[in-house]
Design a protein around this ligand. Structure first.
Ligand code: HAM
Length: 432
């Protein structure tokens, strides 16, 4: 049987990679403007990291993780998301220890602890357009600042990034889950309501009703959704501190000119969130239309054994961003014609042509050489298939005279140049 990529995974072939490169390059450029630095963590972690951070009752942990024992029987999990691994890495490196108002990271490196990452994530979900089992995220995490202005700056940066990619000003859905106290009040209320309808709930919700009532709101079962339709929303349970935090985020977003809409049903499928949560959806993606999601997670660092550290972050789905860019008619920037194609016109000329190609590459030029003899017609055909600005031709006559013909493919002019001078002289007109 022919071997195929596993269900829910996709090869990103060279006609697709430029889209991902554009996402990555733009992310680096925009995020660095806001002081974010790159962090890379392992693709797999101990399972406990995710059960303790994302939450046992979430869909991700209870249904979607790729978990396996290694050869020594330790339970490992392919990372379903990047936040918990970044927190684990910072705790392990002791960088979040407080020194007065600042984290040790801030003291040591002189910058706030702001990180971005890019890479594969793994979730055992039912594959469909925009939903894969291995997908790519670009994430950002900001540690050590509890100010609601930090939430607003981060959301504004995400909007800045989307606009830098060519999207029009996006609308972000915004909600607050309040602090631990507000959450507890809401959870208690939900618990009482759910107890009264126990026999009508699905199995998952029956279990969640006791252990983690907030998670019933993630239930996809239409019967359950109908039962919860007129439940109060978390916003009704906010205490003073939570309300002020949320209102300050909204006011700052207004100030920054970021477009958002309040969405009181947005709870996000992770237990670690506190206060602000948000998601941005784009058109043209069908049912899987969220390109980014995030929020504040003030309790997570402590939960995982680190010092109490406020934090806020978000992640983009890169496949979904590519789909949305194509759906919106955003084009890749066209490459300038700066490559060189080198052609040996007979077998005998190939070694000299190969040497010229090598010289050009060492000088920094992107150079194509095809290892086979080619006549003028075939050579010109090859040249139309790439972004080539010059063609260097060596035929038997040229070889005998120690020269090459260099053709400018833009204005079709050509000149004879000594073999030893090709790299230095002719290509001076092209930028490396
Ligand atoms: P998330 O909402 O689970 O958040 O994922 C972020 C984005 O990843 C989604 O908006 C979506 O675009 C993409 N995504 C998620 N699952 C899939 C999938 N199966 N296939 C394709 N794309 C997918 C998080 O992961 C949080 N860690 C974000 C965060 C960072 N919160 C705080 N810091």
């Amino acid at each position: 049987m022919a071997l195929k990529a596993p269900r829910g995974t996709k090869d990103i072939l060279p006609d697709e990679t430029p889209w991902f490169q554009m996402l990555e390059e733009t992310a680096r450029r925009v995020f660095q403007r806001y002081g974010y630095q790159e962090i890379r963590t392992p693709m797999f972690e101990s399972t406990e990291l995710f059960t303790r951070s994302i939450g046992e009752e979430t869909d991700i942990v209870s249904k979607e993780m790729y978990t396996f024992p290694d050869r020594k029987g330790r339970s490992l999990t392919l990372r379903p998301e990047g936040t918990a691994p970044v927190v684990r890495a910072l705790i392990q490196a002791n960088l979040l220890k407080r020194q007065g108002e600042q984290t040790l990271y801030q003291v040591k490196y002189g910058t706030p602890a702001k990180f971005y990452y890019m890479g594969s994530m793994f979730r055992y979900e039912r594959p469909q357009a925009g939903r894969q089992r291995q997908f790519h995220q670009t994430g950002i995490e900001f540690f050590g600042c509890s100010s609601p202005l930090a939430d607003a700056e981060l959301i504004a940066m995400l909007s800045d990034y989307l606009q830098a990619l060519g999207f029009k000003k996006p609308t972000t859905k915004l909600n607050t889950l309040g602090n631990m106290f507000s959450r507890k009040g809401y959870n208690d209320d939900l618990r009482n309501r759910l107890a009264a309808m126990k026999d009508k709930l699905c199995n998952d919700c029956t279990r969640r009703a006791d252990v983690n009532p907030l998670r019933v709101l993630d239930c996809k079962n239409p019967n359950c959704q109908a039962l919860f339709a007129d439940f109060p929303v978390l916003k009704d349970f906010l205490d003073e501190e939570s309300r002020t935090h949320y209102e300050t985020v909204c006011a700052a977003l207004d100030d920054f000119g970021v477009v958002y809409e309040e969405s009181s049903n947005l709870v996000r499928g992770f237990d670690y969130y506190t206060h602000t949560v948000f998601e941005t959806c784009l058109e043209g993606l069908g049912s899987q239309d969220a390109v980014l999601g995030g929020g504040r997670y003030d309790g997570l660092v402590e939960e995982l054994g680190g010092p109490s550290t406020p934090a806020v972050g978000a992640a983009f789905g890169m496949e979904r961003l590519v789909m949305a860019m194509k759906a919106c008619g955003i084009a890749l920037p066209s490459a300038s014609a700066e490559g060189i194609v080198v052609v040996g016109m007979t077998e005998k000329c190939l070694p000299a042509a190969a040497k010229i190609a090598q010289d050009l590459r060492l000088k920094g030029f992107s150079t194509r050489f095809d290892f086979r003899a080619m006549g003028m017609k075939a050579a010109l055909k090859t040249a139309t298939k790439g972004n080539f600005g010059r063609m260097v031709l060596i035929g038997d006559d040229e070889l005998e005279q120690g020269i090459a013909t260099v053709k400018n493919l833009e204005n079709r002019e050509q000149e004879a140049v000594a073999l030893t001078d090709v790299a230095a002289k002719v290509c001076g007109s092209l930028s490396v």
